[in-house]
Write a protein that binds this ligand. Structure first.
Ligand code: GRF
Length: 201
C-alpha cells in the first residue's frame, strides 16, 4: 500500500513508520507533506529519498488542489497524519473518504479538539488527575479529533509528576500503535460496519 505521511514537526512517528519491521514490504511511504517550509520530519524524508511537498497558501507552497492531483498521480491509498497541525480541507477528506487517519496523543473522545495538540493535551490530562492516558488512531473528518476511533492503547499515569512525563510515556505508545494501525488497514483488517469500526483479528 502506498501511503503519504503529513507532518508539522519532529517526525518521530514518521520514523516509527519507516523503521517498523511490521510494515516492511507491506507499505511504501511515497510522499511526506508539511505545512512548514522546513521541519525535522522533512530531513528524515530526504534521508530516506522520499518526495517532500509543502502545502498551504504561503508563497512557494502548493495548494491543496495541486496536492490532491499529486497524491492521485502517486497512487496514494492512505494518508497518515502524524503530527500535522492543520485542518484538512473538505474536498481532500471527501476524495480520500475513510482513507485518512490521524494519531492523537490522548484517549479520545476526551482531551481532543481545537487547541488540543502537543503539550496542551498532556497539561489538560495532568490537571484532570486522570489515572490513565494513551494514544488514539482515528479516521479524519472535517472536525479536529472527531472521526471514528480505529485503535487505542492506554498507559498508566498514576504516579507521574508533570505533563512532560505523560508526553514521554504516551509517545512510546504512539510509536507502537501507529504502525500497528497502518498494518491492520493495509491488510484489510479494519472495516466500517454501520458506522462502527470493526477490527478483524
Ligand atoms: C504526536 O504526539 C502526535 O500524536 C501528535 O503530534 C505529535 C507528533 O510528534 N498528533 P512527531 O512529529 O511524530 O514526533
Amino acid at each position: 500500500m502506498k501511503i503519504a505521511v503529513f507532518v508539522s514537526g519532529r517526525g518521530t512517528n514518521l520514523k516509527a513508520i519507516l523503521d517498523s519491521p511490521k510494515l516492511a514490504g507491506i507499505i511504501e511511504v511515497k510522499a511526506v507533506v508539511s505545512d512548514k517550509a522546513e521541519c525535522p520530519a522533512f530531513e528524515l524524508a530526504k534521508k530516506n529519498s522520499i518526495n517532500i511537498y509543502t502545502v498551504g497558501k504561503k508563497v512557494g507552497f502548493i495548494s491543496y488542489e495541486k496536492l490532491q492531483d499529486i497524491l492521485f498521480s502517486l497512487k496514494i491509498e492512505l494518508i497518515v497524519l502524524a503530527g500535522f497541525l492543520k485542518l484538512i480541507p473538505e474536498e481532500l477528506i471527501n476524495f480520500y473518504k475513510n482513507r485518512i487517519i490521524n494519531i492523537h496523543p490522548a484517549l479520545l473522545p476526551s482531551f481532543g479538539g481545537t487547541g488540543m495538540y502537543g503539550i496542551n493535551v498532556h497539561k489538560a490530562v495532568f490537571e484532570s488527575s486522570a489515572q490513565v492516558s494513551g494514544a488514539t488512531v482515528h479516521f479524519v473528518d472535517e472536525t479536529y479529533d472527531n472521526g471514528k476511533i480505529i485503535v487505542q492503547k492506554c498507559v498508566d499515569i498514576t504516579n507521574v509528576g508533570s505533563p512532560d512525563e505523560i508526553a514521554e510515556k504516551v509517545l512510546k505508545i504512539e510509536h507502537q500503535l501507529l504502525p500497528e494501525a497502518i498494518e491492520k488497514i493495509a491488510s484489510g483488517k479494519i472495516k466500517l460496519v454501520n458506522g462502527r469500526v470493526q477490527v478483524l483479528m
